[in-house]
Structures are given as structure tokens and as C-alpha cells.
Design a protein around this ligand. Structure first.
Ligand code: HEC
Ligand code: HEC
Length: 503
């Protein structure tokens, strides 16, 4: 909050994902590629296999040039984006890890230089010198992972650092080792998949069969390491985080399940299509393997990112840049007092700093549809109860009056007509909609917050009584302020829920 707010219409999550996903894929390719090249060059030279050396030279162009150039450009891009999106968290990371990054960049420079020499040196250097440069390329690339892994894992599981503030406690945090092994496995797997893709385009024959089979085995090896270390990784995450995720966040859990499923599909398809019938492996199939591999890795990264919610650095700094340690100060002095760069429009400023990091009004993760057909009092209550809603949001750390200003800001933009008029609904469908808008944000069906059981055997009169009392049913639960038509439809819907009906 010590920084001006970077306001632009693209969803921040989308922006970050677009650049970070690309960077992460490319950098893992670069590391895995280094290992694949040197190991295979060594084998090929030992057996005097010229055909294989030509093939490796072709591969090295992609690994050494495309991945390094794209890796470097997107890496710098990430710095720009995180600095603008989450300046406070970026500041915290730099404060702690400035030397870590200095070391990582040193390795990266060595990696780039060695990879360039390696690529241009195939015909110009002695075999021995070329291999040495290749090993330097791979080891430097992997050491940059060794460093950056300490910073990445720190954000999800800072561990003892929260108490000690010690560099090494944060660096060698609880998920450091499983994540390092896992990412190394990913590098190996991705390099194998790329080698498979290039091999699939070779002329059909013995050389292709040999190369395809070898690349497939190589990726399977990487995949096996990855899947085993993912189990280890999951176990290393502190129980509070995983328990909360299991209870309230079906999404990351589903993406973990998806990732195991994908790993199984890759393994079986690889065995039957590439290892048993390598001659017939075509480029479309190799592309499909690549897509599956990237989907697997994407699912893992996605679950890691969502597990961290509502924090950017678990237990230290929230997704909107507020520091946990200053909670009392924010609540006492108010939110506005913490914002040095103000535009004069307090409601808009508050909305930007409290919500805009993750939501827009009517674009990405839009808030307008969540509030269309409601009223200002309801919106103000929800602003003050964000930590109760699905989505694992940070709490609102301002005063009630400031929550009101945010509510005004949002209310100006929502459709004030009754829900029935906006969505052309009546009867049961209207009841379901009222539930989604007014209750379902906090009481998510099928999770621990589901209240369907409380409606069992209740008459319409009982339920009307319950709605009258809504504001006193739970800390943060809003008063029921909807129109009579909405109320009637909701009561009927609650009765359906009480009978075990569809939410
Ligand atoms: C750190 C990120 C973050 C911040 C900050 C944040 N939210 Fe959210 N919010 C989420 C996520 C994630 C969801 C789940 C959305 C989804 O699954 O599509 C969510 C869901 C919601 C929903 C429920 C939407 C629905 O359709 O049920 C509402 C309402 C909401 N947020 C309001 C707010 C308000 C108001 C603020 C500011 C006071 C705010 N949020 C701040 C991340 C955030
Ligand atoms: C902003 C979040 C929020 C919204 C929206 C919300 N509730 Fe709640 N509700 C709570 C909290 C918090 C509690 C108390 C903790 C608990 O029982 O889980 C609660 C408790 C309840 C209870 C249980 C009370 C008890 O004594 O067991 C019922 C029933 C209930 N809510 C129904 C509703 C209905 C119906 C709606 C929609 C009109 C609704 N809630 C909307 C947050 C919310």
C-alpha cells in the first residue's frame, strides 16, 4: 500500500499466469535440455554414433537458443509484472533474498554463456572441450533452480522464518527438498518430451525407433521421479494448510487429482505407443504427449498457487499486500490512512487497494454479477465478511464506514432491479438464484459451511423467522434485505434444501 496502484483493465491473475506459465515451462525445458544433451552426447561419442550427434545438434538449437532467449525475456517480464501487481510482496522478497537472486543471476549468466558456446561449438571444438562446456551449461542451469526453488517454496511454506526472520530458515523451508526433486523430475520429463517430438519427425527406420524409445524412457524416468516427489511434497505442507484446502478449496484438490490422473495417462500411452511401437510414432502423437506433459505441470503449479490463498507469502502478507502483523493498526487507523497515494475519490481508492488486486467490477472475476439485484446494505456486509466467503479471501481490514464507501462504489455499478426482472426467473429457479446470490457465497453446498440440514422440517413461517434473524445467526452473516418476491422464492428453496433437494 506504500505504492501507487497500477490500474489497468486486464485481470491480474490472467496477466501473471500468461507470463509466468510461459517462463516456468521454458526454464524447466532449458535445464532438462542441458542434461539430456550432455548425457546423450557422452553416450554417442563413446559409441561413435554420428547420426545421433547430428540429431543432438539439432535439439541443442531449441534448448540453447529458444529457451534461453524466451526464458530471459519472460524472466525480466515477471519482474515488471510482480513489481506492478504486488509491490509490497516483491519488496518483502527482495529484502530477504537479494543475495539469493544475485547468485541466481550469476548462474544464469554462466548458463547462457555456456549454452551459446555449446551450440556453436559442435563442429568447432574438441569433443572433450565441448562436453565440458555442456556440463557447465547443465550444472549452472540446475544451480539456478536450486536457488530459485528456495524462494518459490518459501512463499507457500515460510516455516520457521515467520518466527526467526532468518534467511536460511526461509530458504530451506519445509517444502524445499521435495520441490527441488519434483522440479528436477519435471525438467527431465519435459526434455524427454521435446526430444520425442523431434524424433517423431525423423525418417522411419532403425535410428528413429531407437531414438523414440530412448526419449520415451527418459521422459518416463522423469515422470516417475515427479509423481513420487509430489506425494512427498504434499506431505511436507503443514497440516493447517492442507486441511483448510481439503475443506474449503475443492479446486486445488481437484487439480492435484487431475495431475495424478494425467501422469497415469502419460505413462500408459508412452508405454504402448512410444516404447512398444516406436516406428509408428507420428508428430501429432508426440505433440499430444507434450500437451499432456505441460497440462500435468500446469495442474501442479495451479494447485500450489491456489493453496497459498489468501496469502502471497503464507502467514505474512495477504494477496492485496496487507501485512498480517499490522492487522490491529489497519483496523484502528483505518484503511485510508495507510494509502499514501490517493486520488481524492476515497471509495475508488479503497476498492482498488482492498479488492482490485483480484477482482474487476465487470471483467475478470467480476463482482457486478455477484451483486446485481442486491442492495447497498448487503454489499457492505459482504465487504466486511470477505474472509467467510468461498474463494479464501483476505479479511477486510478497514472500518465499517470504509466498508460502506466500497459498497457505494460497487452499488453505483450494479443492476438495482429485482433478481426476477434481471434474470427473467420465477418459482424454483428464482429461489435457487436468490440462494446463490444471498447465501451460497458463504454456505457452499457440499462443504463444511453447507447449512441445508438446518432447514430440515422447517415450515415457511419458521424460515421467515430465520431470515428476520439473519444478522444475528453468525458473526459476519448479513441481514436479509431482499424484496418480498425474492424472500418468498428463497423460503421455498430452503424447504427444498431441507428435504435434501438440489442446491
Ligand atoms: C487475494 C485475492 C482477493 C481479494 C483481495 C478479494 N477477493 Fe473476492 N474472491 C477471490 C477469489 C479467488 C474468489 C473466488 C472466485 C471464484 O472462484 O471465481 C472470490 C470471490 C468473491 C465473491 C464471491 C463471488 C461469487 O460469485 O460468489 C465476492 C462477492 C467477492 N469475492 C468480493 C470481494 C470484495 C468485495 C473484495 C474487497 C473487499 C474482495 N473480494 C477481495 C479473491 C479475492
Ligand atoms: C457473509 C457470509 C454469510 C452469508 C452471505 C450467509 N451466511 Fe449464514 N452464516 C454465516 C456465518 C459466519 C454463520 C455462523 C457460523 C456457522 O454456523 O457456520 C452462519 C450461520 C448460518 C446458519 C446456522 C445458524 C445456527 O445457529 O446453526 C444458518 C441456518 C444460516 N447461516 C443460513 C443462511 C442463509 C439462509 C443465508 C442466505 C439468506 C445465509 N446464511 C447467508 C455467514 C453467512
Amino acid at each position: 500500500m506504500h505504492y501507487p496502484f497500477w490500474d489497468q483493465p486486464i485481470g491480474y491473475g490472467v496477466l501473471m499466469a500468461a507470463i509466468a506459465v510461459f517462463h516456468v515451462f521454458v526454464s524447466h525445458f532449458a535445464i532438462g535440455g542441458g542434461l539430456y544433451l550432455v548425457v546423450n552426447e557422452q553416450l554417442a561419442r563413446r559409441s561413435g554414433d554420428g547420426q545421433r550427434l547430428d540429431y543432438l545438434e539439432k535439439l541443442s538449437k531449441f534448448f540453447a537458443l529458444a529457451t534461453l532467449v524466451a526464458g530471459a525475456v519472460t524472466g525480466v517480464g515477471i519482474w515488471f509484472v510482480i513489481g506492478l501487481l504486488a509491490p509490497a510482496a516483491t519488496e518483502a522478497l527482495i529484502h530477504n533474498y537479494v543475495w539469493g537472486w544475485a547468485i541466481e543471476w550469476t548462474f544464469f549468466v554462466v548458463e547462457i554463456a555456456a549454452a551459446m558456446i555449446y551450440y556453436y561449438g559442435w563442429k568447432r571444438m574438441t569433443a572433450r572441450a565441448h562436453l565440458t562446456v555442456g556440463w557447465i551449461y547443465f550444472v549452472a542451469a540446475w544451480l539456478s533452480l536450486v536457488i530459485i526453488n528456495g524462494i518459490l517454496t518459501f512463499m507457500l511454506t515460510p516455516g520457521r522464518w515467520l518466527a526467526t526472520g532468518n534467511f536460511w530458515d526461509g530458504f530451506f523451508n519445509p517444502t524445499y527438498w521435495p520441490s527441488l526433486v519434483l522440479r528436477t523430475g519435471v525438467c527431465v520429463m519435459l526434455a524427454g518430451l521435446y526430444a520425442l517430438l523431434v524424433a517423431s519427425r525423423l525418417e522411419s527406420g532403425d535410428f528413429k525407433a531407437r531414438t523414440v524409445r530412448q526419449a520415451a524412457l527418459w521422459s518416463l524416468g522423469g515422470l516417475a521421479v515427479t509423481v513420487l516427489s509430489q506425494v512427498w511434497y504434499w506431505k511436507a505442507i503443514p497440516l493447517e494448510l492442507t486441511a483448510k484446502a481439503l475443506q474449503a478449496m475443492p479446486t486445488p484438490i481437484r487439480s492435484i487429482e487431475t495431475s495424478f490422473g494425467l501422469a497415469g495417462v502419460i505413462a500408459i500411452a508412452m508405454l504402448t505407443l512410444a516404447i512398444l511401437a516406436p516406428r509408428r510414432l507420428g508428430t501429432p502423437m508426440a505433440l499430444a504427449f507434450m500437451a499432456l506433459g505441460l497440462a500435468w505441470f500446469g495442474a501442479f503449479e495451479w494447485s500450489r498457487e491456489s493453496l497459498r490463498k489468501p496469502y502471497i507469502i503464507t502467514g505474512y502478507i495477504y494477496g492485496n499486500g496487507l501485512e498480517l502483523a499490522h492487522t490491529d493498526q489497519y483496523r484502528q487507523e483505518g484503511y485510508l490512512a495507510q494509502i499514501p497515494y490517493r486520488t481524492g475519490k476515497d471509495g475508488a481508492d479503497l476498492f482498488r487497494h482492498a479488492c482490485r488486486n483480484c477482482h474487476t467490477l465487470d471483467g475478470y472475476k467480476a463482482l457486478k454479477p455477484a451483486f446485481d439485484g442486491t442492495d447497498r446494505a448487503f454489499i457492505a456486509a459482504i465487504v466486511q465478511g470477505t474472509q467467510l466467503l468461498r474463494g479464501n479471501m483476505p479479511p477486510f481490514l478497514g472500518t465499517p464506514a470504509e466498508a460502506g464507501l466500497i459498497a457505494d462504489q460497487i452499488y453505483q455499478r450494479v443492476d438495482p432491479r429485482p433478481l426476477a426482472a434481471i434474470y427473467h426467473l420465477e418459482g424454483a429457479a428464482l429461489g435457487r438464484k436468490v440462494y446463490d446470490i444471498r447465501c451460497g457465497k458463504c454456505h457452499v453446498p457440499g462443504t463444511g459451511s453447507d447449512k441445508s440440514k438446518s432447514f430440515e422440517g422447517q415450515s415457511a413461517e419458521d424460515l421467515n423467522g430465520l431470515l428476520d434473524m439473519a444478522a444475528s445467526m453468525g458473526e459476519g452473516m448479513p441481514a436479509f434485505t431482499a424484496t418480498d418476491a425474492d424472500r418468498k422464492a428463497l423460503v421455498a428453496h430452503l424447504q427444498t434444501l431441507g428435504k435434501g433437494g438440489r442446491p
